[in-house]
Ligand binder design. Structure first.
Ligand SMILES: [Fe+2]
Length: 307
């Protein structure tokens, strides 16, 4: 794992690998209390960290498994209170419940259950507490404000340090892949609204779950993420105008390209996620498209490349 000191008390921590959706980057705050945010490294690295720098409180940004697995280690190996965002409790109580609420409606229950249980290693979580939107946590000099940023997941939360102007985005898609909304419980319109709200914050250091650290061109990075969404919408609209079928649009890719070359069961998961992402766009397009809802960023975000 790689540690980067952001201030005397705030450290950004990245795992050695993010393959197989098993880990993400997180933040350790070491003030009058030690607070961990999404510190989901490999099992060995997480345990090392929990033993050498035991937290007082541990926060999870949202229920997706690449942010959650460390929670069980926190409960088993430390005295810390583990917090998840209010509204996502039902996802984490049991493996079956999580599967039903994610791949359940798509019909990949056996494959997804096997993957979660045996590749990712999730069996359900109990003994956690919940935090509320806008909760503030103090660790001496540092105050951490929980900023609701739904859309990527129902209660997805970002963490803002107002004094230092640091924002830990969580999974807002400020990375080379762009925003992701591949479950039925995602909400594309909410995600865009969340991104615009976060973009308006006064931020000097942007810490992301999968895209590293940004200290310059932060608004531009948000615009790039938003532009990726708009380009997907335009791509889908163009394909529809050309008479392409749903299957053909998914095959060409919304988020994931070259899916047919990937080994099973991951290939089926990629088709599932792109299918849900297409659903999100179709819902918004039926109501006039994103430009209908977010005219205020039209001049910033919309490209004029439509053919
Ligand atoms: Fe996520």
């Amino acid at each position: 794992m790689k540690r980067t000191a952001i201030t005397n008390t705030v450290t950004y921590i990245e795992p050695d690998s993010m393959s197989n959706f098993k880990s993400c980057a997180g933040v350790v705050v070491s003030g009058s209390a030690r607070i961990f945010l999404d510190v989901n490294m490999s099992k060995a690295d997480t345990l090392t960290l929990l033993r050498s720098e035991p937290p007082d409180m541990a926060f999870i940004s949202h229920y997706h498994l690449d942010h959650v697995i460390w929670g069980k280690l926190v409960l088993e190996h430390t005295d810390a209170e583990l917090f998840i965002p209010e509204g996502e409790e039902a996802y984490l109580g049991s493996l079956d419940e999580l599967v039903q609420k994610t791949a359940g409606s798509y019909g990949l229950i056996p494959e997804w259950t096997d993957f979660i249980a045996n590749v990712i290693g999730f069996q359900g979580l109990s003994g956690f507490s919940t935090y509320m939107p806008e909760d503030r946590v103090s660790a001496g000099h540092d105050t951490i404000q929980c900023i609701p940023s739904p859309g990527h997941s129902p209660s997805h939360t970002s963490f803002y340090f107002p004094e230092e102007k640091i924002l830990f985005t969580g999974d807002m898609g400020i990375d080379r892949f762009g925003p992701w909304y591949g479950w039925a419980d995602c909400d594309l319109r909410e995600l865009v609204a969340s991104a615009l709200r976060l973009r308006a914050l006064d931020v000097s250091v942007l810490l992301t779950s999968h895209g590293g650290i940004l200290t310059s061109d932060i608004e531009k990075a948000w615009d790039n993420g938003l532009r990726k969404i708009i380009e997907r919408e335009q791509h889908i609209e163009d394909r529809l105008h050309k008479g392409k079928t749903r299957a053909e649009i998914i095959e060409q890719g919304i988020f994931f390209r070259n899916k047919s070359e990937v080994m099973e069961p991951m290939r089926s998961f990629l088709y599932m996620w792109d299918s849900y992402m297409l659903d999100q766009h179709m819902t918004v397009l039926k109501e006039g498209g994103l430009r209908q809802f977010f005219p205020e960023f039209k001049t910033v975000i919309y490209t004029e490349k439509r053919k």
